[in-house]
Design a protein around this ligand. Structure first.
Ligand SMILES: Cc1cc2nc3c(=O)[nH]c(=O)nc-3n(C[C@H](O)[C@H](O)[C@H](O)COP(=O)(O)OP(=O)(O)OC[C@H]3O[C@@H](n4cnc5c(N)ncnc54)[C@H](O)[C@@H]3O)c2cc1C
Length: 324
């Protein structure tokens, strides 16, 4: 049952075109780990004006908003998420190709965009085609693979700020870094991304996507729920290598288990909870810290305050106080 202010928000938004609202939808179905309690209010959003209205009203009412893409890089609390959980659909999934430019709705699946671009003889997205992601999720995370990052081909992103303001941000304004952009701090929602690609041979590009996908799945668990890499790679090293050296493959907490194929991947081996995943992450991080003196940082996005205390970024030591 939604809280009163969320219920009032739902009533105000009920007739807005482009919004479909559901209270209490289970989020475990919307994450690749298959973990997570209910969304207080799930909003399927099929146009930018509908998103602007929703964000403006939620902001004014003090109701939190989270956007989910394919849920492939998130851990959702077992108790679910408060406020509005949005998903982009309809016009926000549309893709247009003009010359070498591809304009993709943020809700579109990045793999499908890459395949369409390849078919049109446009190169640049092949290395980003093989993992589950929406366009918006990949822009938010500055997703990358096999030496390529989405920032390499991104010209600009259209975003809506949490108060409903629309902006067009050139790539540099997103401050892209390793698995991070400024959007992690502002919370702005990407509605559309513009890519500039290079001419290529359609058959060769499709073959390259197939080749990279085969390579990826040889080193990742398939057919079992997971969220890809759990930790970021520390500078100059691989989290998977460090975790494997610590003997973490096969380690488990409840239903969460470190994959036998990849020591930086946690799988839901059956009935795993967010608490299980978090407990296992702490063991993994502590094992690497104890053996290598390296503190791994989560790559997975911990939603709803999960792990806030345990995974707080290390802060500079406090300046000494005045003498007593
Ligand atoms: C098997 C597997 C392999 C993977 N391999 C890779 C890999 O090689 N490289 C890599 O980078 N990642 C990889 N990942 C992680 C994941 O696929 C990427 O981070 C992906 O880009 C997340 O996209 P998503 O749409 O699922 O976002 P979600 O997981 O739903 O969300 C991730 C974050 O992005 C935000 N977000 C989503 N959409 C938007 C939007 N429109 N506007 C603003 N914020 C948004 C969410 O609020 C959340 O904070 C892998 C995951 C799996 C399961």
């Amino acid at each position: 049952m939604p809280e009163a202010r969320v219920e009032r928000l739902a009533e105000r938004l009920a007739a807005v075109p482009g919004l479909a609202l559901t209270a209490g939808a289970p989020l475990s179905r919307l994450t690749t780990l298959r973990i997570g309690g209910p969304a207080e209010l799930l909003a399927e959003i099929s146009s930018e004006p509908a998103l602007v209205r929703l964000l403006g009203e939620a902001h004014a009412a003090g109701v939190p908003f989270h956007l989910l893409g394919l849920g492939s890089n998130v851990l959702v609390p077992d108790a679910g998420l408060e406020g509005v959980i949005g998903r982009l659909t309809g016009a926000l999934k549309r893709v247009r190709i003009r010359g070498r430019r591809v304009s993709a709705g943020a809700g579109a699946a990045l793999g499908q965009v890459a395949r369409r671009a390849a078919k049109a003889g446009l190169a640049g997205l092949e290395a980003l085609a093989g993992f589950p992601s929406t366009v918006g999720g990949a822009v938010h995370m500055n997703a990358g693979s096999y030496g390529a990052e989405i920032q390499d081909v991104l010209v600009s992103a259209r975003v809506v700020e949490l108060d409903g303001t629309r902006r067009r941000l050139p790539t540099a304004a997103l401050e892209p870094a390793y698995r991070s952009t400024i959007l992690k701090r502002t919370g702005a929602i990407v509605t559309r991304a513009l890519f500039e690609l290079s001419p290529g041979d359609a058959r060769a590009l499709n073959a390259r996507i197939d080749e990279l996908n085969a390579k990826r799945w040889a080193s990742l668990p398939s057919g079992v729920p997971n969220a890809g890499s759990i930790f970021k790679n520390p500078p100059g090293d691989h989290a998977g290598r460090l975790l494997e050296a610590c003997g973490m493959k096969g380690a488990s907490e409840g239903g969460a288990r470190v994959s036998d194929k990849h020591a930086n991947v946690i799988v839901n081996a059956g009935g795993a909870t967010a608490a299980d995943v978090l407990a296992l992450m702490l063991r993994m991080r502590d094992a690497v810290a104890a053996r290598f003196d390296v503190v791994l940082e989560p790559e997975i996005v911990l939603l709803g305050g999960l792990g806030r205390a345990q995974f707080a970024r290390p802060t500079a030591p406090a300046a000494p106080g005045p003498p007593a």
